[in-house]
Design a binder for this molecule. Structure first.
Ligand SMILES: [Zn+2]
Length: 207
């Protein structure tokens, strides 16, 4: 199966779907590609280049292929939707399953990429199953998942992948901390009857 994680920023992949993607990437028949809409650069006041961190995080999760759409971080609303969609479509990835940011997020970049994901996976040429995930607990609407991945075996990989993001990693109770990852995974695990889980919304599903 061909799997694409199409998200705004590289840490979104780790925080929202790192555990499930590590499971998928470990299966030999799967090919996982990370598509980050950002250019990987933090813009003023800092100019940190996060691309090497992203590469290391993906390696930790077993993801070998990374693509960047090179949109300026936190300024996705300065691009037209057609421009963003065309950057994605130019990659010609044709996945069977696509994971993306959820639309309930406060972060506008996340909401924009959710919308782009809906457009590029319209069932015209191919039926693409789509799941969305929360990269942060900062929301404009509630998150009501319907799909749970058991990440008990891959939780440590997910925490290690976050650690690649050096200065982006914060102290608890910030959600970008190892303790937050574990706490959130335990919270959703409680819902799903697993030790640790990652929750997803089913955006569209075809069988
Ligand atoms: Zn993000």
């Amino acid at each position: 199966m061909k799997i694409v994680c199409y998200c705004a920023h590289a840490d979104d992949l780790v925080l929202g779907a790192g555990g499930y993607l590590a499971r998928l990437a470990a299966e030999e028949e799967n090919q996982v590609t990370a598509v980050f809409a950002t250019d990987g650069l933090m813009h003023p006041p800092k100019y940190t280049d996060t691309r090497e961190w992203a590469k290391k995080a993906c390696e930790t999760l077993g993801i070998k292929e990374i693509k960047w759409l090179n949109l300026q971080n936190q300024r996705f609303d300065s691009y037209t939707m057609i421009d963003i969609n065309q950057r994605y479509e130019a990659l010609e990835l044709k996945p069977d399953l696509l994971l993306t940011n959820s639309k309930n997020q406060l972060n506008k970049d996340h909401r924009i990429i959710h919308e782009s994901a809906l457009v590029v996976t319209r069932p015209l040429k191919k039926h693409v199953n789509v799941l969305s995930f929360e990269a942060t607990p900062w929301r404009v609407d509630p998150f009501m998942p319907q799909f749970y991945a058991n990440i008990t075996e891959t939780l440590d990989q997910k925490i290690k992948a976050l650690e690649a993001f050096k200065s982006e990693v914060r102290q608890w109770p910030h959600p970008r901390s190892g303790k937050a990852i574990k706490t959130i995974a335990a919270y959703w695990g409680m819902h799903a009857g697993y030790e640790y889980a990652e929750p997803f919304k089913v955006v569209q599903w075809f069988k």
